[in-house]
Ligand binder design. Structure first.
Ligand SMILES: Cc1cc2nc3c(=O)[nH]c(=O)nc-3n(C[C@H](O)[C@H](O)[C@H](O)COP(=O)(O)OP(=O)(O)OC[C@H]3O[C@@H](n4cnc5c(N)ncnc54)[C@H](O)[C@@H]3O)c2cc1C
Length: 596
């Protein structure tokens, strides 16, 4: 039974979510996107889907089996067979340039379109997708904070994909606690800086896909304040770039080794040594953490999207297996029916499918808010959308990556013993997706961000506005009547619970931070679960017979109903855990935690 490597881009599902859960038609009418029409965007997505399915997807298993290789003598890294050619095709077609401004060679499309493209690329080959994803993040950071001179020197080649970008935060003693980093930057006297220190876990820190790599590196200048307030950000190119754009001398940055990992084997995770490397300061000294947040916020949305991407690829494999594998006689089915007829297997498949649709809705809504924060009509709209993006980002990152792991695990379960055997390829999905809950700020850190930083936006009014928006769908659900009655009931109960735990969080945070933070992770999970129900309720409304979108299949209504009847009730449990407090976390002494 051949189930490996046949990812099919779900073009219709993607179009549905772009148009009905986000508002791509509305977005593409905005003045900044006036030259784009919906048909152009759709043909771009279909063409890109073909590229990832034909070129990147077949290399996914190759990359997993071969991995990337490091030469300890030269410090160079070789990517797996076929990757250089695939990357060259990616560059030739200009796929990486789609969402960037035309003055730097970009296509001027909304970020939302780039996110739909990233979804497909990551489903096809997550290890490959990390390189373009980080490059796009680095471009975004330079667009926001780089000087005109820096933009002119680096952006065109990065936008085209001829050079790639990296993000250098982590050091052995500075993981979640970025403020503990010790890499040093000292002035060289000619306007440049000398960067010295060691970074670990740097994705695509060294590779053979391009002739230059633009590292964005966090470091401390002499006498910088302690913690995150004393961090500056530097451009450190692998090869120094001359005024005419030509490549000059090899910079003093070297890859010491690459890691052996659970998944994404082909993505080189590098230990980089900077030994007096030439660096160029971005913006002001000691403001680097703020700049890096531009890159991290974009990257957090992209990492959340990885949960969806792997979930989608895993679902496709599980479904194909379930309609072929025969075991037992499912109740009420003909003899010889496949396992897809067993109620428990259907439960697993629908759990996967509805979670994927909910994740897609959330990622696209988040991307649309990022677009409108930049391209909104007036300052008020831009500010409101920035608030929404800020609020959604930790939820998207954390909830979608947790759900992506759950979906991949269910895909493995649908395969029975064959899921645990590497040849079906589904085990790779399970291994690959696991990192997404860890990097770009662990999911625990995302929950702290949601409760500690985001709830406080406008003294809780931003979160209140989002809750009101979720509640306001009730009138439309009521008007839809019986077909959506269970969705309405489930959502009403779930949002009432969320309002109540939000109230508790805001009150408790003001008086006893530790008590509030003890419930941050289940609280974030409650948010994700409720937003998933809200988005799927909108999906059901859009897909109801007689709705404007008659052509959409009735399956969209039934997945929404499944979610609201079978998964949304979990929100109440997360809500109770969110307000349980910290007493039982600290009652056992450390000695009691140790195993005996
Ligand atoms: C494959 C891979 C690729 C990566 N790519 C990059 C990259 O390109 N660039 C880069 O700079 N880094 C990269 N990283 C590093 C990654 O971002 C860090 O691993 C991650 O931020 C966690 O840091 P840590 O590993 O030191 O874990 P720790 O910070 O030691 O965390 C351990 C545990 O403690 C918890 N914890 C820590 N602090 C707190 C807190 N304040 N409150 C509550 N809980 C806490 C964490 O949630 C976690 O569960 C990569 C890592 C991997 C494995």
């Amino acid at each position: 039974m051949e189930t490996v490597g046949r990812y099919q881009p779900p073009v219709a599902d993607i179009a549905f979510a772009l148009d009905r859960l986000a508002d791509l038609p509305g977005l593409s009418k905005r003045p900044d996107f006036a030259d784009l029409d919906r048909e152009t965007i759709q043909s771009l997505l279909v063409e890109f889907g073909r590229f990832v399915a034909e070129v990147l997807s077949p290399l996914d298993a190759v990359g997993d089996a071969e991995g990337s290789h490091h030469d300890p003598v030269s410090g160079e890294v070789r990517t797996p067979t076929g990757w250089r050619q695939a990357y060259a095709k990616y560059v030739d077609a200009g796929w990486g340039s789609v969402p960037f401004p035309s003055e730097h060679g970009g296509g001027g499309f909304p970020w939302l379109v780039a996110i739909a493209m990233q979804e497909m690329m990551t489903s096809a080959n997550m290890a490959f997708s990390l390189c373009p994803m980080l490059t796009q993040g680095a471009i975004d950071m330079l667009l926001h904070h780089g000087s005109e001179e820096q933009q002119a020197r680096y952006l065109t080649k990065m936008v085209s994909g001829e050079w790639t970008g990296t993000m250098n935060l982590t050091e052995p003693q500075a993981g979640s606690d970025v403020g503990a980093l010790t890499t040093k930057a000292v002035p060289a006297g000619d306007g440049t800086w000398r960067i010295t220190g060691q970074k670990i876990f740097i994705t695509y820190g060294e590779h053979d896909l391009t002739d230059n790599i633009v590292h964005l590196v966090l470091a401390r200048v002499p006498d910088a304040p302690a913690g995150t307030r004393g961090i500056s950000c530097f451009i450190v190119p692998k090869y120094v770039v001359g005024d005419d754009g030509s490549l000059g001398e090899r910079n003093q940055v070297r890859c010491l080794s690459i890691e052996h990992k659970l998944g994404i084997h082909a993505s080189p995770t590098c230990v980089l040594e900077f030994d007096g490397a030439t660096g160029y300061l971005i913006g002001e000294v000691n403001a680097g953490m703020r700049y890096m947040f531009t890159m991290m916020n974009g990257a957090r949305l992209s990492v959340g999207l990885q949960g969806l991407s792997i979930g989608e690829a895993a679902y496709q494999q599980a479904y194909r297996y379930a309609i072929e594998r025969r075991q037992g006689r499912p109740l009420g089915a003909q003899p010889g029916a496949a396992i897809v007829e067993h109620p428990d297997v259907r439960r697993m498949l629908l759990t996967m499918r509805s979670l994927n649709e909910a994740m897609r809705g959330l990622c696209y809504l988040n991307a649309e808010a990022v677009d409108l924060a930049k391209h909104g009509e007036d300052q008020a709209e831009r500010a409101a959308q920035q608030e929404l993006a800020d609020l959604l980002t930790p939820i998207t990152k954390s909830w979608c990556t947790d759900m992506g792991s759950e979906v991949a695990s269910l895909a493995l379960q649908v395969h029975g013993g064959m899921g645990y055997i590497e040849e079906t390829g589904v085990a790779q999905r399970y291994r690959d997706v696991r990192i997404s809950a860890i990097y770009e700020g662990t999911n625990g850190i995302q929950a702290l961000d949601l409760v500690g930083r985001k709830l406080g936006i406008r003294d809780g009014s931003a979160v209140g506005d989002l809750l009101t928006r979720v509640e306001s769908l009730d009138a439309r659900l009521a008007a839809a009547g019986e077909p959506l009655a269970t969705i309405r009931e489930g959502l009403k109960e779930a949002v009432t619970g969320l309002r109540s735990s939000t109230h508790w969080m805001l009150e408790t945070l003001a008086t006893d931070g530790r008590r509030a933070l003890a419930g941050a992770s289940p609280y974030l999970r409650q948010w994700g679960t409720v937003l998933g129900g809200w988005l799927l309720a909108q999906q059901a409304l859009a897909a109801l017979p007689g709705a404007a979108s008659d052509e959409y299949p009735a399956a969209k209504v039934s997945t929404a109903r499944f979610y609201c009847e079978h998964l949304l009730p979990q929100a109440a449990g997360f809500g109770r855990a969110a307000v349980a407090g910290d007493a039982t976390l600290y009652e056992p002494s450390e000695a009691a935690l140790a195993s005996r």
